[in-house]
Design a protein. Structure first.
Length: 87
């Protein structure tokens, strides 16, 4: 904020804490999906037999409070693509 530099972070929690933008995986979704792997392993599946999965859910968060503090205007087209906007 001091240097008025726009910042982008890998998780939405950073935008909640005052960062300008965040784009990354939804970690709660990964934890839910990991539970199904644990269930399969406890039921006898060998871990080596389980497929490697890519993240499926991503989130784009924009913090308009931070944008205002550094004097940045976010175009409406970018705001329309955000999953969540902090006002």
């Amino acid at each position: 904020m001091k240097n008025k530099l726009p910042t982008m972070y890998p998780e939405g929690e950073y935008a909640n804490a005052g960062g300008l933008m965040a784009y990354g995986i939804v970690t709660t979704d990964l934890f839910r999906r990991a539970a199904s792997y644990v269930d399969k392993i406890l039921k006898g599946t060998k871990p080596a037999d389980l497929p490697v999965e890519q993240p499926m859910k991503f989130e784009f968060v924009i913090n308009l409070k931070a944008a205002k503090q550094i004097g940045l205007t976010i175009p409406p087209q970018v705001l329309a693509r955000a999953n969540r906007v902090i006002r």
